[in-house]
Structures are given as C-alpha cells and as structure tokens.
Ligand binder design. Structure first.
Ligand code: AMP
Length: 215
C-alpha cells in the first residue's frame, strides 16, 4: 500500500510513520530525516538545505522533489511518505512521477491537531541522539527524562523546535501545506485521524482503517 501521511509539525507524523511502516511492512521515507542526515554528514545536499531546515523554511520544491523521486525510483515495494509533499506544487510533481512510473497512491492519512496542541507538543519533543527514537515529554514520555528507553542514549531537542522557529514552521504549514489537504480531499481517499491522544491508540485506529492485520 502506497501512503502519504500529512499533518502539522508536531502532529506526531514521525512517530506514526515509523509505527505504521513497521505494521504495514512498507518503506518509510521522511524528507526531514533525509535532510537532517545529509546536514550531519556535511554532504553537498546537506550544505544546500541547511539554512532552510534550521530556520524552519521549506527547501525549494525542485530540490525536494528530485530527492524524493530518486528515492522512490530506487525503491522496491511500497512506500509511506512522511513530510512530503508539503506544497501543492510538490503534490502535482509527485502525481506526475507516479503516473509516469506506473505507481499509484492508495491512501492519504491526515493527522488533525489543533494549533495550541501543536505548540505544546513541539516544545516538548525530544529524540535520541544515538538511535533517533522519538519521544514527547507530554504525549510519549521516556521512562527517564534525559535518556532513551531503547538504547540509553542522551535525548536531544531538534534545532528547529525552538519557540521562534516553531511559530515560523506553523505559519509555513498554514500557508503552504494546509491547501494541500484540500487538494488531496478533492483527488484522493483521505482518512482524517484525530491526532490528540495516545500515540499507540492513534496507530491502532489508522492501521484498522487501512486494513492492517491485528497485532
Ligand atoms: P520535518 O522533519 O518533516 O518537520 O522537516 C524538517 C524540515 O525539513 C522542514 O522544516 C523543511 O525545512 C525541510 N523539509 C522536509 N520536507 C520538506 C518538503 N517536502 N518540502 C520542503 N522542505 C522540507
């Protein structure tokens, strides 16, 4: 099943994408993760996108689309896109690519969350500096506030989760990504999931809707 997961920053996209990809045995592709890895490795792509990512601006459509279509072209089997598309332009490019390559989108899942909740969650977000496991001090707290449950690594906060950058990212979401939800509602079978609540229960609701076998 080929899927797109849409939602504001902080709506739990990354957490849900990882859990659903495992559950549905599909490949998780997060453009944010790709960019953060490239930045950490100081590759030419990383250098090109660094200022956008750290300041909460969108990387230009052409750059992201090239990265995603190259990854999809190299992929065997199905995909779950997390963080792409982010603009209507990107969605149109993706549609064109899928059509050309004989692939199709099966479902779009939208994680709906109020803006107040988004701000509360983003500032509470942490990830493991070693294995990249995601936590949220409010909705998915680690057993110990500073260390990863899985590997014991130190928990860190993303550079773009500061209050000022969070506000900018939300503005970007409202201006550029929200229209995308209407775009998909007009073209595709969109499942809107209430993203307020416990992460594992939200995964269960979405997995049921997508017809994943019970665990
Ligand atoms: P994320 O982890 O999905 O919140 O993405 C982190 C940052 O990576 C965003 O704030 C953007 O700077 C960049 N980024 C990720 N995906 C895209 C995309 N589809 N289009 C443009 N920029 C993106």
């Amino acid at each position: 099943m080929n899927l797109i997961l849409l939602g504001a920053p902080g709506s739990g996209k990354g957490t849900q994408a990882k859990a659903l990809a495992q559950r549905l045995k599909t490949t998780h592709l997060s453009t944010g993760d790709v960019f953060r890895e490239e930045i950490a490795k100081k590759t030419p792509l990383g250098t090109k996108v660094q200022s956008y990512v750290t300041s909460g601006k969108l990387v230009p459509d052409a750059v992201v689309t090239e990265v995603v279509t190259a990854k999809l072209a190299a992929l065997q089997g199905s995909f779950l896109l997390d963080g792409f598309p982010r603009t209507v332009e990107q969605a149109i490019s993706l549609d064109g690519y899928l059509k050309k390559s004989g692939k199709k989108l099966d479902r779009v899942v939208y994680l709906a969350l109020s803006e107040d909740e988004v701000i509360k969650r983003l500032t509470a977000r942490r990830n493991c500096g070693s294995c990249n496991e995601l936590y949220n001090m409010v909705s998915k707290p680690p057993k110990h506030p500073q260390f990863c449950d899985k590997c014991g690594g130190k928990l860190v906060q993303r550079q773009d989760d500061t209050e000022e950058t969070v506000k900018k990212r939300l503005m970007v979401f409202r201006d550029l990504t929200e229209p995308l939800i209407s775009y998909y509602k007009a073209h595709e079978n969109v499942f809107e999931a209430d993203a307020a609540g416990v992460a594992a229960e939200i995964t269960e609701t979405i997995a049921n809707e997508l017809g994943a076998p019970a665990q």
